[in-house]
Write a protein that binds this ligand. Structure first.
Ligand SMILES: NC(=O)c1ccc[n+]([C@@H]2O[C@H](COP(=O)([O-])OP(=O)(O)OC[C@H]3O[C@@H](n4cnc5c(N)ncnc54)[C@H](OP(=O)(O)O)[C@@H]3O)[C@@H](O)[C@H]2O)c1
Length: 227
């Protein structure tokens, strides 16, 4: 049985990944709140990735880092503090988790790391200066570590468009904003967390043994198609 460590497996995309992988894997969740589901293969540690020391574990086959932010403001209203806060949760938290569990990943059979970016690194959109900058750093980290850790540890990221989680609840707050979001995307949809869990499951599996340093755009066409 593989051990999958998910930072932020209690909600949103991380929860969908946890629930998809629990039957056949050991899932270790680190988040500030306890997941609202239980399973014999699930272990939870209450932990703030930015403040707390991360728990010592026995083995890690895959490390998935989910915490992130959607802090959309005009540049004139973005303070240096906003940039720092977004950088800490999107980027430095991931660095901290990788630093902590790298020795265990090195001992695993076919280990991998999965991070999250956003479509806003590819598509310039107003009010995204802070989050696009932080996630661009995540993409740089993915490329760099994928090279540095090859051939032993694969490192990839998924860059989703708007996904139906609590993080995006303001963007999907009513039927009108949901309809507008659907209309903005060439595939006439936005994402459900379970769709991303399928991709995450593939990327950390041996089926993706030839893929490292990749940023997988799950964009419903918004960065790639002009229709
Ligand atoms: N949803 C979207 O539309 C969207 C679009 C593009 C990119 N993304 C990216 O996809 C990733 C996952 O997003 P999501 O929508 O699933 O987010 P979410 O619903 O906010 O879930 C985030 C998870 O991370 C945990 N978390 C947050 N801060 C933490 C901290 N300081 N320490 C430990 N755990 C923490 C949360 O649990 P606790 O609150 O219990 O700590 C939760 O389990 C993020 O990196 C996000 O930037 C999302």
């Amino acid at each position: 049985m593989k051990t999958i460590v998910i930072i932020g497996g209690s909600k949103g995309i991380g929860k969908a990944i946890s629930q998809m992988k629990l039957n056949l894997n050991k899932v270790i969740n680190l988040s500030r709140t306890k997941p609202d589901f239980e399973h014999v293969n699930l272990t939870h540690y209450t932990c703030d990735i930015l403040k707390d020391e991360l728990p010592d574990l026995n083995s890690v086959d895959a490390l998935i880092y989910c915490p992130g932010s959607i802090n959309l403001k005009p540049f004139t209203r973005l303070k240096i503090e906003d940039f720092k806060t977004d950088f800490e949760i999107n980027f430095l938290g991931a660095v901290k988790a990788i630093e902590k569990y790298l020795p265990l990943l090195k001992e695993a059979n076919s280990p991998s790391i999965l991070l999250f970016s956003t479509v806003a690194t590819k598509l310039g959109m107003p009010f995204h200066a802070s989050i696009a900058s932080s996630k661009s750093a995540v993409e740089g980290l993915v490329k760099s570590l994928a090279a540095e850790f090859s051939p032993l540890i694969r490192v990839n990221a998924i860059a989703p468009t708007v996904t139906n989680t609590s993080l995006a609840s303001r963007l999907l707050r009513n039927d009108k904003t949901k309809e507008q979001m659907i209309e903005r995307h060439p595939l006439k949809k936005y994402l459900q967390p379970e769709e991303i869990a399928e991709m995450a499951s593939f990327l950390i599996s041996e089926k993706a043994a030839s893929m490292s340093g990749q940023i997988i755009e799950m964009d419903c066409g918004i960065t790639t198609l002009k229709v």
